[in-house]
Design a protein around this ligand. Structure first.
Ligand code: NOJ
Length: 957
């Protein structure tokens, strides 16, 4: 239905009224009927029916054979297998339909294996731009294994041919085994079949086909050429083109990742698995889910099809590179079938997690990442999709947001009040109401008569502004953005491809720019430039919301799948990257608005693998209750597990009004989210930190100050992530890979490798908290410095002032201890180093500093120190990446007054009396005093006066 003119306006006003009143009624819970279950999705149903058929036949086969067998109809065509450089090529075919599929298995650097498959002679091209838009350099510069490190042999085992490609590199002795009948692939790592494809026989590829004629010939396949959901019809002009495959992790009980779901960290079974299991598969389909459920595999705002499996020996990953709707079923079993399947004579009773992935369209493109450590696996993943770049430093500070700060005066009052209450913050945010009638890039001039003056006032104390710029463009001929995009033909088109796709969102009737069109994407990027975006200054940054995309009157509150994008592609092919393409365009715009370029900051709600390159994400619309507070931990962790590091949840909970206790606890947790923002729905009461009065204000203030104190540690962590791909916040297992009892731990977590956080998440704030400190190591309460020896399992008493945070023995943590109003104002502040001594009397750490805003660090303008403590001597040396360059010298000069003002050694057993400091060949001695010390085992070297950029050592005796 398309309405035009005044009718359309009326309807959209009505619709908005309904939406707003719905939004106002907090506590209704998700409207399940708005979203599909797997049973309501035809391609899922077809794969399920296929899988059930295979399972049944496999059971029959099993009865007649001595070993268990799998009844997959797909086999490798005889003589089709050959090694072409770094790629094993083969053709496989379904026994009945005989349509050949071309399969390539490529061997990449670091043991990564890539498997791609589609029709050998496709009737129509399949959407294959996902790789260009997601992979590093568009996939053009992937590093392949050298052809001579690969060896192909073929064996006959029990009358069946097995092709084996063996390879060796520094970390792996591995082989990939491919059986012909049925087609299966086994990735054998250190002699163990670890990642198995099609071992359950669920591989099923719906080849493109001619539409059955009107002469009565019926295709028979369920929902293959048309499908309806409520009042929407998906016309499916290309017919069925989905594919599915089972991927089993043999020897593993836990899998993680595939955000975004409000689920546990260790993913649950979705088939079998008793009471704990979900009755639906995990779904990956970016959706705006109003008041979403908790403990659910339902799709949410972002999708990253990257799964990680971990056991005490190794960590491996699977990246399923596909941007269409995808479902993942998970089952667990003790399996003895795997070795037998290949009739290789081995039969192990390994625990196995089997997963079944089904995507609606596109090309089958899968990466197997062999680890073996988590650090190895993240380097492999980063090779594919890049790391998180170093963000603008202010973005690590505290973000103060609400829907909405009413006007300019309100903004400046909040700014003043935060300063008055001595609460540091970096950014104040403006939601949709700041615009002229939800026309983004404009201002409501009544409320914001002088946005530039407002930003200048904020900037005076180092504060920034973020404005929301949503992707829906109000249909209004008088609105420059709409008119230009319309004139240039930049909007996404309707199903027929002959007019703009039209839908409803905040402004009423809207169109959406088609970011798949590179010209349209660079046009929208330019709109963020200072000369285009009126009222913006270099202190303004951007928030992309509703970019799943959210379409109020569309199927599942999104776009119809059969509408058309650039190149004639259907929305279904790229739905899950649509939000990321907008995030990218926005980031590009902010990055290039100044010369030389500066680091941008953009927050996005929708995301995909690769989004980490463009900025931060948050978990969307949560609620002000304790359950949501708890759920945010596995949600933020799962994002980090999947490489989306810069993530957070709305502190305080978006819907509803938090109690002062909840608010306090949420700040105490939120300071440990990589992205730390308080936000609130328009209908909630004001809740800036001072609103709650004492003692809450003091607790909130000290939490926020704790974040600022640790900014040097956070920034150094981001630096590490930007080089290695390692998560910022980590599940406990990632730091303690053999701590099997903590593999599903998701109420405590690590920040980097040095800090363990055990948040208080109970409404009864005096409730004792279960603490588990792994491994045989010292742990120190980060505030009192009281020492505990791990492994330890006990309850700790709490009150509202207390949060349980422990520093791991053996780490050195850099801080800045002076209170300032913003991160910018702290930039030249001296550093304090905390040395938390391990059981063997040692500690190591790192400190990274740069100018926090430009790209000069890429030319060497940074200070990166390796800190180590051994034999009572603390040493600061330059990192291997430090090299003399004009840019570095200039930065060192700028930092020439920044010194280490204090060193606190925690956990020394012997009393110490003096410190001998050597810097630049100069020696001085400092007498140590214990006055004011909390513990005998703690000693402070006050003002060693060494410069952060210099080599120095401090010896204690
Ligand atoms: C939905 C977002 O999730 C929320 O954070 C925002 O406040 C509203 N849209 C209004 O823009």
């Amino acid at each position: 239905m398309r309405l035009k003119g005044p009718n359309a306006r009326l309807v959209s006003l009505l619709y908005l009224a309904v939406t707003v009143s719905l939004l106002a009624q907090v506590g209704l819970g998700v409207k399940q009927e708005d979203f599909k279950t797997s049973e309501q999705v035809a391609f899922y149903r077809r794969h399920r029916a296929f899988a059930d058929g295979v399972a049944k036949e496999s059971r029959l086969l099993g009865k007649s054979a001595s070993t268990q067998q799998v009844a997959s109809p797909y086999s490798v065509l005889q003589d089709s297998v050959y090694l072409d450089g770094h790629t094993l090529v083969s053709s496989i075919q379904h026994g009945a339909d005989k349509v050949p599929l071309k399969l390539s298995v490529s061997f990449l650097d670091k043991g990564i294996v890539r498997i791609r498959g589609q029709e050998a002679h496709p009737l129509l091209p399949r959407f294959d731009d996902t790789q260009k838009l997601v992979l590093r350099d568009g996939g053009a510069n992937l590093k392949y294994a050298s052809a001579d490190s690969l060896q192909l042999t073929s064996e006959t085992v029990n009358g069946e041919t097995v092709h084996i490609v063996s390879f060796k590199d520094a970390n792996h002795t591995a082989s990939l085994r491919m059986t012909e009948r049925p087609w299966t692939v086994e990735y054998v790592l250190n002699d163990k079949p670890s990642i198995l494809l099609n071992s359950k026989g669920l591989f099923h590829f719906e080849h493109l086909r001619e539409k059955p004629g009107a002469d009565g010939e019926v295709d028979g396949a369920d929902g293959a050429w048309e499908e309806t959901f409520r009042s929407w019809t998906d016309t499916k002009p290309r017919g069925p083109e989905s594919f599915g495959l089972d991927i089993s992790f043999s020897g593993y009980e836990h899998v993680y990742g595939i955000p975004e779901h409000a689920s546990s960290l260790s993913l649950k079974s979705t088939r079998g698995g008793g009471k704990e299991a979900y009755s639906q598969p995990y779904r990956l389909y970016n959706l705006d889910v109003f008041e979403h459920d908790l403990d659910s595999p339902m799709a949410l705002y972002g999708s990253i099809p990257f799964m990680v499996a971990h056991n005490a020996e190794s960590t491996v990953g699977v990246f399923w590179l596909n941007a269409a709707e995808t479902w993942v079923d998970i089952t667990r079993e003790k399996s003895s079938t795997l070795g037998n399947l290949f009739r290789l004579g081995t039969s192990s009773k390994e625990p196995t997690v089997s997963t079944h992935w089904i995507s609606e369209s596109g090309v089958m493109d899968i990466f197997l990442l062999p680890g073996p450590s988590a650090a190895d696996m993240y380097r492999q993943y980063a090779d594919l999709v890049e790391q998180t770049p170093l963000p603008r430093e202010f973005a690590l500070g505290y973000h103060q947001c609400r829907w909405n700060y009413l006007d300019q005066e309100d903004v400046l009052t909040v700014d003043d009040k935060l300063q008055e209450h001595a609460i540091p913050y970096d950014v104040i945010w403006l939601d949709i109401e700041h615009t002229d009638g939800k026309r983004y890039f404009t201002w409501d001039s009544g409320k914001f008569p002088d946005p530039v003056a407002m930003q200048q006032k904020l900037a005076y104390n180092g504060h920034q502004l973020v404005t929301v710029v949503d992707p829906h463009i109000k249909r209004d001929t008088g609105y420059r953005i709409w008119k230009e995009a319309n004139d240039k033909g930049y909007f996404v088109k309707n199903k027929e491809g002959n007019d703009n796709f039209q839908g409803w969102c905040w402004p009423g009737d809207s169109n959406w720019v088609d970011y798949l069109n590179p010209e349209a994407a660079s046009w929208i990027s330019r709109q963020f430039h200072l000369d285009k975006y009126n009222g913006s200054t270099p202190n303004l940054f951007v928030w992309n919301d509703m970019n799943e995309p959210s379409v109020f009157n569309g199927p599942e509150i999104s776009m119809d799948k059969d509408i058309k994008h650039h190149g004639g592609w259907e929305h279904r092919d790229l739905h899950n990257i649509f939000g990321m393409l907008y995030h990218k365009a926005t980031t590009d715009g902010l990055r290039t608005r100044e010369s030389p370029n500066k680091r941008p900051f953009v927050l996005s709600r929708a995301y995909f693998a690769g989004s980490q390159r463009y900025g931060a994400v948050w978990t969307g619309d949560n609620a002000a209750n304790w359950e949501h507070l708890r759920a945010s931990i596995p949600m933020v962790l799962s994002n980090n597990v999947a490489g989306m590091h810069f993530a957070g949840a709305d502190v305080g909970g978006f819907f509803g009004n938090p109690t002062p206790e909840l608010m306090t606890r949420w700040y105490q947790l939120g300071i440990w989210y990589p992205f730390f923002r308080a936000h609130a729905h328009i209908d909630t009461k004001r809740r800036e930190p001072w609103v709650f009065g004492e003692p809450y204000l003091s607790h909130i203030r000290s939490a926020i100050r704790e974040r600022y104190r640790l900014l040097p540690y956070w920034y150094t962590l981001f630096r590490e992530a930007s080089l290695t791909g390692m998560p910022l916040v980590r599940p406990v297992w990632m730091e303690f890979p053999q701590e099997t009892g903590m593999f599903s731990e998701d109420s405590s977590f690590m920040v980097g490798s040095a800090i363990m956080v055990i948040p208080a998440t109970d409404a009864d704030t005096s409730m004792p908290i279960d603490v588990r400190l792994p491994t045989q190591e010292n742990w120190y309460d980060i505030r009192s410095h009281a020492a505990y020896i791990g492994p330890l399992k006990r309850q700790f008493a709490t009150d509202l002032a207390t949060t349980l945070v422990f520093a791991r023995g053996g780490s050195i943590i850099p801080t800045r201890e002076r209170h300032r109003g913003s991160s910018e104002l702290m930039r030249r502040d001296p550093i304090t180093l905390y040395v938390y001594v391990s059981q063997t009397g040692t500690a190591t750490g790192r400190l990274y500093l740069d100018d926090g805003e430009t790209y000069n660090y890429q030319n060497g303008a940074f200070i990166e120190r390796e800190l180590s403590f051994e034999n009572a001597k603390l040493t600061s040396r330059p990192s291997v990446r430090t090299a003399s360059s004009p840019a570095q010298l200039e930065f060192l000069k700028a930092m020439s007054k920044v010194r280490v003002e204090r060193i606190v050694i925690v956990g020394m057993r012997n009393p110490l009396t003096k410190a001998v400091v050597v810097e630049n060949g100069q020696t001085r001695t400092i007498e140590l005093s214990y006055a004011g010390h909390k513990l005998d085992s703690e000693c402070t070297i006050r003002d060693p006066a060494v410069l952060v950029g210099n080599d120095w050592e401090v010896t204690l005796s």
